[in-house]
Design a protein. Structure first.
Length: 356
């Protein structure tokens, strides 16, 4: 199984928490697409999954989306995802995305509270998010994923509970939820450093996470990865590639690829990428992984999933530690796999450090 990721770095404005590679130079979209098509090349890959991420892929012209997907090849793709901003969704765009091969939409809502959206610098409103969901459903999207965030400045537990209730009410097939991280240098990090906002305390964040897990499980969602919840048969197939050690190819500025032995990536600079891709002279940096590095990554990523980490890839010393963590109700053992309990999910990084 092969997955293809395409990075579309354009944003109309930057969210205050984001440190991903992105640009607001929207006038360069056309030449970027030409560079992408040059990098992809003339022969379709026909992968199992395709993911258009960013940035904001919904800022591209629909014909550009069609050209990109056609170049990659959607014939064998069981899942073709596009990330969208709620404010970009229109009936025409939605229908043309579907015509191009898209069958899954991932929408960054983050919150249904306008006050919180303003604080984190999102350019859409809660009303636009609700309208976008309606438009996507009317267009025929039957696999919708929405992103939410918790631990936001001035976000109360009651606000979070209301967001979860509305997310469930939308009927979204997939929900991804992330705790706000203050990345150094971002506007939100700077505001915290100046004392303009306060970081949510750890106890409140843990309460929010526990409520999230309980509410979505009760609503019929499977908690299949630390931050991801899906209705039956709607796990994110493409993202599961990353957790299951499956090779994938990345196209676009800053995109990463993995062939099972090496990890390699494109330059995270718009000018450098466009010039090199158009000249068919794209130099990628790479890292060759040792067997031990692969084993450690496998442990780290497996522990994030519902299936957990297989005992047979753990050392004798790590198995002894895992057994002790089981006694402490931080791990559970089933079918020769160790998985994190709800209490263990709160300290997953520490558990991972013990086992690798």
């Amino acid at each position: 199984m092969l997955g293809v990721y395409v990075h579309i770095p354009f944003c109309q404005s930057r969210c205050r928490y984001c440190d991903f590679f992105s640009t607001t130079l929207l006038g360069r979209r056309e030449e970027y697409v030409r560079a992408l098509l040059a990098e992809i090349g003339p022969e379709p890959y026909q992968p199992d999954t395709i993911y258009l991420g960013g940035g904001t892929p919904s800022l591209l012209d629909t014909d550009a989306i069609r050209q990109i997907l056609s170049a990659i090849g959607t014939r064998n793709a069981r899942e073709v995802t596009i990330e969208v901003n709620p404010g970009d969704v229109t009936p025409d765009k939605a229908s043309k995305w579907i015509a191009a091969g898209v069958n899954r939409v991932s929408m960054g809502i983050q919150s249904f509270q306008d006050e919180l959206l303003r604080i984190i610098g999102r350019r859409h409103t809660a009303g636009e998010a609700r309208n976008a969901i309606t438009l996507l459903r009317e267009a025929g999207i039957r696999n919708l994923s929405i992103d939410l965030m918790y631990g936001l400045p001035r976000q109360t537990e009651a606000m979070w509970q209301a967001d979860i209730a509305e997310a469930i009410q939308t009927g979204a097939e997939h929900v991804s939820c992330y705790c706000l991280s203050y990345e150094e240098g971002t506007p939100l990090w700077q505001a915290r450093e100046r004392g303009e906002i306060q970081e949510t305390d750890e106890e409140t964040e843990n309460n929010m996470y526990d409520y999230l897990c309980d509410a979505l499980r009760q609503a019929g969602y499977e908690h299949y990865e630390v931050s991801n919840f899906a209705r039956p048969h709607f796990r994110a197939v493409h993202n599961s590639n990353y957790w299951n050690d499956t090779p994938y190819i990345g196209f676009g500025a800053g995109a990463h690829s993995y062939d099972g032995k090496r990890r390699f990536w494109n330059p995270s600079d718009l000018n450098t990428y466009i010039r090199a891709a158009l000249a068919r002279d794209l130099l990628r940096e790479e890292e060759v992984l040792t067997d031990e590095q692969k084993r450690m990554e496998r442990i780290m990523l497996s522990l994030r999933t519902r299936e957990g980490v297989a005992a047979d890839i753990l050392s004798t010393d790590s198995i002894a530690k895992a057994e002790q963590l089981t006694v402490e109700n931080l791990l559970r053992k089933q079918n020769e796999h160790y998985t994190a309990t709800q209490a263990g999910l709160h300290i997953l990084n520490r558990i991972t450090e013990q086992l690798i």
